[in-house]
Design a binder for this molecule. Structure first.
Ligand code: ADP
Ligand code: ZN
Length: 742
């Protein structure tokens, strides 16, 4: 690669620019920018530290899980420093998403990649040269291409961020050869801080990133990999379809992904779901690029909520409101599993994950492994995920431990924590099964074994003479499902094994110990496992009025969000995230002040969408009241009055419509005004004469904040409530004066 062009870069100029105190920004300024551009009040702990380091001109490596908030780490320094930040990003879809998200917040951002025409690229470059951009996303190929150097020498770079930095490492799961060309950046831009970001925790990959990017003195920030908002659940892989249906029906309108092991399965499952009236599509690498990107778009835009997919789906999807992930099949290792469930709940809201575990899947993976390289490592990894799925201790502990972290307490958000298992002495039960296997000369599979234990009289059993063995019918007391569960547990404990590609059960050394050497067997009660499944499906309880109100409003706001998204041709979560909508639902912001206090309502979004969302909330409260459901949220009565005020009703009309006394309406208006609805023109309700008399009375009663002395001073000639209105007015306008205190 020709890197000479970078020498054209005016280093001296850069030094004075970046090093000058004039541009030294503090974390306090960064916080202001966070509120202004993103609508958030505070940084997450690691974000603040990273930003502090960058403002200090240090190189950094940031390792944070998906949804940890990596992008803010470079976006904020880019915004508060003069010049622009170059962001290297591997996927066109991701770039587009990020740039659209930034523009939504009023940030001048653009990208340059192969999806654009030459002319489009030229336009972006001109903008960058003219200093009109704060963030410029570039693909690694483009950054390293010959003609880019001349361009770079003409722009002011304040930071270089390398997103998905693990792509540089052949150790990682997502190696991209183009990334290795980025190694020259540090040499050519020694005075510009460089930030590498990744969600890959693997130590080898981490070291590789530092070495390859030549980040010798870089500070490394490693965040916890815990994603406490994701629930972890594992269920036996039986009646999967039924369980998936129940799961989905409990989560209407929510986006989710069902990962399957095979292309065929994704198609079958999507078809079966559609038959049941559920809106689902499939996605796998065997489809044409057009079909694939159309499915992906529909998912991102909340048009198709459910995708049945192979692992090909998900890369390059930043959708923050994926609410659940189901694994129809066992993934081949915990890395894949964690990455896949990690696609849920990027917005930090509670999201559910469910893994179906079946021994057949383990066998399937084993078969694949036989034909692949690095078989031992892969087998070991398969065993670790198998252990995870079979665990009877907190699953998050196991998972985090695998990634090198220790969780000191049980998480409380996995199926085992929610339903701790109870064990029983299953020695006799195990002996019955093992003895039957021995007596049938290790020639039968699980189904036959269970039938024999339960004393079935089917033809094959009679023909083979299995009805004559000693343990025939010895397990009649247990239903077949229970037997299957216990046999699985025994398999997992190595008390028996499956041979001939899943066809027959064999005894092991451990089985002999149980049969002949008095070894005890502890099993987990099937009832507990079933209870977990039940918990999963939580029988739909009738909902309270408050719940219905909340859910209805959330749907209403989602619909409004979708309208805006369509109009602007962007993904709905780029208008507002689910987290932001939920906060609106719980806080019911109906004025500028309270709306801007909602996390995610940035300056630009307030301007753009704020009033429309306020109107939607007020309309909804009014409709609910009119529907006569008898439910009003806290403070709802004021909002109803406010809604009438906005419609231009007079005091009398409001009083009539609300069946309240006019004095109460005055009280409402004063309350609303005091609580942020400063658009209410309180003085409209007072005559000039009244105003001056009340004013005088307040002065003569010593600027009291009580209404009574003023009322008495005026001999009761002016309504109590008018006095109150006026006092609310002056409290706001003369905050700090004696009358302003209360
Ligand atoms: P990552 O790139 O690490 O997966 P993102 O940068 O996409 O994560 O951030 C994940 C979500 O968290 C986004 O919805 C983002 O707006 C939100 N977020 C980031 N930082 C903060 C913060 N300081 N306060 C509140 N929300 C934040
Ligand atoms: Zn747990």
């Amino acid at each position: 690669m020709d890197i000479c062009f970078f020498r054209l870069y005016k280093k001296e100029k850069l030094c004075t620019f970046i090093g000058s105190q004039e541009y030294f920004m503090t974390i306090a300024q960064a916080k202001q920018a966070l509120k202004h551009y993103f609508g958030y009040d505070s940084f997450r702990p690691l974000q603040a530290e990273v930003i502090d380091s960058v403002l200090d001109q240090q190189d950094v490596l940031v390792i944070m899980p998906t949804g940890g908030g990596k992008s803010i780490c470079y976006q904020i320094p880019a915004l508060i420093n003069d010049g622009l930040c170059i962001v290297v990003s591997p996927l066109i879809a991701l770039m587009k998403d990020q740039v659209e998200g930034l523009r939504q917040n009023g940030v001048a951002a653009a990208f340059i990649n192969s999806s654009q025409s030459y002319q489009q690229q030229e336009e972006v470059m001109t903008q960058a040269i003219d200093g009109q951009l704060k963030l410029l996303y570039v693909s690694p190929e483009r950054l390293c291409s010959g003609d880019f150097g001349a361009f770079l020498s003409r722009i002011r770079v304040n930071l270089i961020a390398i997103d998905e930095a693990h792509c540089i490492s052949a150790w990682g799961h997502d190696f991209r050869p183009e990334y290795t060309q980025l190694a020259f950046l540090k040499q050519q831009f020694p005075h510009i801080p460089l930030m590498a970001l990744t969600a890959t925790a693997d130590r080898l990959t981490r070291e590789d990133i530092l070495r390859q990017l030549r980040l010798n003195g870089a500070r490394v920030f490693l965040d916890s990999f815990d994603r406490p908002n994701l629930s972890l659940n594992v269920l036996p892989g039986q009646n999967r379809f039924r369980q998936i249906l129940d799961f989905i029906r409990l989560r209407p309108q929510q986006s989710g992904i069902i990962y399957c092991i095979s292309r065929k399965r994704t198609e079958q499952l999507a078809a079966k779901l559609q038959e049941k009236g559920i809106d689902a599509a499939f996605y796998h690498a065997g489809m044409g690029p057009r079909a694939r990107s159309s499915i992906q778009e529909s998912f991102i835009n909340d048009e198709i909520p459910i995708i049945c997919a192979t692992i090909a789906f998900g890369m390059g999807i930043d959708k923050s409101n994926v609410r659940w992930i189901i694994h129809y099949n066992l993934p081949k290792n915990l890395e894949n599993y964690y990455q896949e469930i990690g696609r849920a709940g990027r917005d930090g809201l509670k999201s559910d994950t469910l893994l179906f575990y079946s021994y057949a899947d383990v066998m399937l993976h084993r078969r694949f492994l036989e034909e692949s390289g690095q078989r031992e490592i892969k087998e070991a990894k398969l065993e670790r995920i198998q252990q995870y799925a079979e665990a009877q201790i907190c699953r998050r502990k196991i998972l985090l431990n695998y990634f090198g972290e220790n969780l000191s307490q049980d998480c409380g958000n996995c199926d085992v924590c929610k339903n701790p298992p109870s064990r029983f002495d299953g020695t006799v039960l195990a002996q019955k099964a093992l003895s039957a296997i021995a007596r049938m000369r290790e020639q039968v599979g699980m189904r036959m074994l269970i039938d024999v234990l339960r004393g079935s009289a089917r033809k094959e059993i009679m023909e083979k003479g299995y009805h004559q063995i000693k343990t025939y019918g010895a397990g009649r007391d247990l239903p077949p499902g229970d037997w299957q569960q216990y046999l699985l547990q025994m398999l997992n404990m190595g008390l028996l094994e499956i041979a001939r590609a899943g066809q027959v059960l064999r005894l092991t050394q451990a089985s002999r110990e149980v049969l002949f050497e008095g070894r005890k067997v502890e099993l987990v009660r099937f009832a507990d496992i079933k209870k977990r499944a039940g918990q999963q499906q939580k029988l739909a309880k009738p909902k309270s009025k408050a719940q219905l109100f909340t859910e209805g409003l959330f749907e209403r706001l989602k619909a409004l969000r979708l309208q805006w998204a369509r109009q602007e041709d962007i993904a709905p979560y780029l208008v507002f995230t689910d987290a932001t909508l939920e906060e609106m639902v719980s806080k019911l912001p109906t004025n500028e002040h309270s709306m801007r206090a909602i996390a995610g309502v940035s300056e630009h979004k307030w301007q753009q969408y704020g009033p429309a969302f306020i109107t939607a909330i007020l309309d909804y409260v009014e409709e609910q009241e009119q529907a006569g459901e008898g439910y009003l949220p806290k403070g709802g009565t004021y909002l109803l009055t406010y809604q009438l005020y906005r419609k231009g009703y007079s005091i009398e009309e409001m009083a009539r419509a609300r069946e309240l006394h006019p004095n109460t309406i005055y009280g409402h208006l004063a309350h609303l005004y005091t609580n942020g609805h400063e658009d209410i023109q309180l003085l409209d309700y007072l005559h000039e004469g009244e105003i001056s008399r009340i004013d005088e009375a307040i002065r003569n009663t010593g600027y009291t904040s009580n209404v009574k002395p003023v009322f008495d001073y005026l001999n009761g000639e002016i309504d109590y409530f008018k006095i109150r209105l006026y006092m609310a007015h002056i409290r706001k306008t003369t905050a700090g004066s004696p009358a302003g205190r209360e």
